[in-house]
Design a protein around this ligand. Structure first.
Ligand SMILES: [Mg+2]
Length: 357
């Protein structure tokens, strides 16, 4: 595991947390036939010491195995449950799984979105604005900027302010972007469910595409109560792990849009299982996390809603430079790379100075 850490600049605030640093945990798996797979995750601890130690422990399950036996390898690592069924162990498993799928795609000489399903090569995309504690004028100018660049869907942070102040922001945002641009609100788990219900009732009239993470990830019942109370779709899942966690969200109807992050929740193998469960229950999938990987996953499935464009050089200066291919939003859409596997082109020079181990 290679760990990279860099200072957060400018400060990224998601409501509850201030992200003073960014980073990347990168795994490269080499086969005896000379194929290299790249997998990613990011564990938010300062030095990367823990993620390297966990990887070292898990590594023995992968060395010497047939890299195409991904289900088997996933299952065996999962059975090491003593390391934890969520959290860092599952994130390391995610990175390994992503690297193995990269290898499989390269062996098949196919881009992953074709290998995994092949539904489309063009996915609607949105960007996140107003996540840095900006004042209202700054938010408005970034909204105007986004619209001028052809962005057709925008997500804003709520929950840092009072409900009345946030309602005013949402009203202004809708006025600035007009009636045709999608507007999502991310509460980043800041509300108790009673507050989220009040907030949703106040902003319902502003044509909100979704409210994201209204309550804490483990408050499945609270999210269910919010979802029942409003006509605004509820999106959640960035803090959830594995098919079991998403099964519980689905069974409880705690949302109608699921946001798995393959880098966190168990990799591509697990993401695709969640997508299939979601389809059978009439849920949409809209990822959390880097679009470079998730473009393949959303392009492979019929129930993708919209992709989060996460790492751009404008919204996150260093994170946005991790890959050489920026995959810009064109006419409100992005396309997955048409190269074999994940088709990732790491900008090794850009990340090298931030390596911590
Ligand atoms: Mg979020």
């Amino acid at each position: 595991m290679e760990t990279y850490r860099w200072p957060g600049s400018p400060m990224f605030v998601n409501g509850r947390f201030v992200f003073g640093s960014g980073g990347l945990d990168l795994i490269r798996i080499e086969t005896n036939e000379g194929v290299t797979g790249v997998g990613l995750t990011w564990v938010q601890e300062s030095s990367g010491v823990v993620v390297r130690a966990v990887t070292e422990h898990i590594k023995q399950q992968v060395m010497g195995r047939d890299p195409l036996d991904i289900e088997r390898i996933w299952d065996e690592i999962w059975r090491l449950g003593s390391l934890g069924r969520r959290g860092i162990a599952t994130q390391v498993l995610s990175a390994i799984d992503i690297a193995l799928w990269d290898i499989k795609g390269k062996c098949a000489d196919m881009p992953l979105y074709k290998l995994l399903g092949g539904y489309t090569d063009r996915i609607p995309a949105y960007v996140s604005l107003g996540f840095r504690g900006e004042d209202l004028n700054q938010v408005i100018s970034s909204l105007e900027d986004g619209i001028a660049k052809g962005i057709r869907a925008i997500k804003m942070q709520v929950g840092n302010l009072t409900i009345a102040e946030d309602e005013e922001r949402v009203k202004m945002a809708r006025e600035v972007i007009g009636p045709d641009v999608k507007l999502m609100l991310d509460a980043s788990t800041l509300y108790r469910h009673q507050e989220a219900i009040v907030f949703a009732s106040k902003v319902e009239k502003h044509d909100i595409f979704w409210i994201e993470e209204p309550v804490a990830p483990d408050d499945i019942r609270g999210s269910q109560l919010v979802a029942r109370s409003t006509t605004i779709p509820i999106a959640t899942g960035e803090g959830e792990y594995t098919k079991y966690g998403f099964r519980d969200l689905i069974e409880n109807r705690s949302a109608s849009i699921l946001q798995p992050d393959a880098l966190i929740m168990g990799g591509i193998t697990e993401f695709m299982k969640v997508a299939a469960m979601a389809q059978a229950n009439d849920f949409h999938i809209s990822n959390h996390g880097p679009h470079h990987i998730h473009a393949h996953l959303l392009a492979a499935i019929p129930n993708a809603l919209i992709i989060e464009e996460y790492f751009t050089s404008e919204t996150q200066p260093i994170d946005g430079g991790i890959f050489l291919d920026q995959m810009p939003i064109v006419d409100g859409h992005i396309r997955p790379p048409d190269r074999p596997g994940l088709g990732l082109q790491l900008n090794e020079k850009a990340i090298a100075p931030y390596r911590t181990g």
